[in-house]
Design a protein around this ligand. Structure first.
Ligand code: RIB
Ligand code: CA
Length: 313
């Protein structure tokens, strides 16, 4: 299988961090062209720093990291310290990064990379609000047809919302950006809460991370120990949901996942349902399908893959 060239767009965030680690641990399947950071779980000042912290934890300080948009397209920023802690990476004690960010703006890196690489060879992997991606599409419409695929974490249907009764956080923070991406015509795979709420870090799975015994394994156990509180309190779940790692696991083993090719539109007007991903799961409209909406995964194989790969860093 040829290596897939990707750009990870992210708002670390413990689950983003584990997604980044999984990507960096999978060089046979994935070439990370760069990591672009965006405001989301915590402000950009922290997400850009956290991306550096995670790459150094993985001993991959050669990875190019870029700072992107520090607020949504047209709304005030909403953050999630209540889930991820004030640093965004609460849990482990990790050293301040030595590696430097690239000077280029993340949006310009996305545009220039897509223009430079052969058309249809680069996959975008957004793990946070879609502000950087939408800004790149608006600034350089010519890149639309150069993107191989967008595989993103965001949205919800049967699982409904985690930040409001109807909206998932990544979409809620920048619904206008999500609308631009979801109506772009680009091939899109969506990992909503419907599937990510199935990959829960139970006690034994957390123990397996810790038993790797390396700084990566121990930090992963400590990150998920910390960020499970929100979901355990809210949903009574058995552990932290690994939202963002679903995106990377899909790139490595797509057959672990299943869903439907359906129409999904974004609510951008109603205050009551702002950021809702209105998924026509039952095909009750004649709206054309625009995304593959994933709702199931082989959970045990997902965790076997993740644990095995993390042990290789
Ligand atoms: O709703 C979950 C998503 O919001 C994840 O990507 C998490 O990291 C936060 O960004
Ligand atoms: Ca995220």
């Amino acid at each position: 299988m040829s290596r897939r060239k990707i750009i990870i767009d992210t708002d670390p965030g413990q689950d983003d961090a584990i997604a980044i680690l999984l990507a960096l641990a999978s060089p046979d399947e994935i070439e990370v062209l760069g990591i672009t950071t965006v405001a989301g779980n915590v402000p950009l000042e922290l997400t850009k720093k956290n991306a550096c912290i995670i790459c150094e934890l993985a001993d991959k300080s050669e990875i190019l990291i870029f700072a992107g948009c520090d607020r949504p397209l047209s709304r005030p920023l909403v953050t999630a310290e209540h889930v991820h802690g004030k640093t965004g990476l609460d849990g482990p004690t990790l050293p301040n990064p030595r590696m430097e960010l690239e000077q280029q703006h993340a949006v310009d890196f996305i545009i220039e990379t897509l223009r430079a690489e052969p058309s249809g060879t680069v996959t975008l992997c957004p793990l946070g609000p879609l502000t950087n991606i939408a800004t790149a599409l608006e600034k350089a419409p010519d890149i639309t047809n150069k993107i191989a695929e967008i595989v993103l974490m965001g949205g919800a249907y049967f699982e409904v919302g985690n930040i409001t009764p109807t909206a998932e956080f990544n979409i809620y923070v920048d619904p206008e950006a999500a609308e631009i991406v979801f109506t772009s015509g680009i091939k899109i795979v969506v990992m909503p809460l419907d599937v990510t709420h199935k990959v829960l870090v139970t006690g034994p799975r957390n123990d397996a991370f810790r038993e790797i015994g390396t700084p990566v394994g121990i930090a992963t156990a400590e990150m998920t120990d910390f960020f499970e509180r929100f979901d355990k309190d809210k949903y009574g779940t058995a552990g932290a949901p690994l939202h963002d790692p679903c995106v990377i696991a899909y790139l490595i083993r797509p057959e672990l996942f299943s869903g439907r090719h359906i129409n999904v539109m974004i609510e951008t007007k109603s205050d009551l349902t702002l950021g809702m991903t209105v998924a026509d799961w039952w095909g009750v409209t004649d709206r054309p399908a625009n995304v593959t909406f994933i709702n199931d995964v082989n959970v045990q194989v997902f965790f076997d893959l993740l644990t095995e790969r993390l042990s290789e860093l």
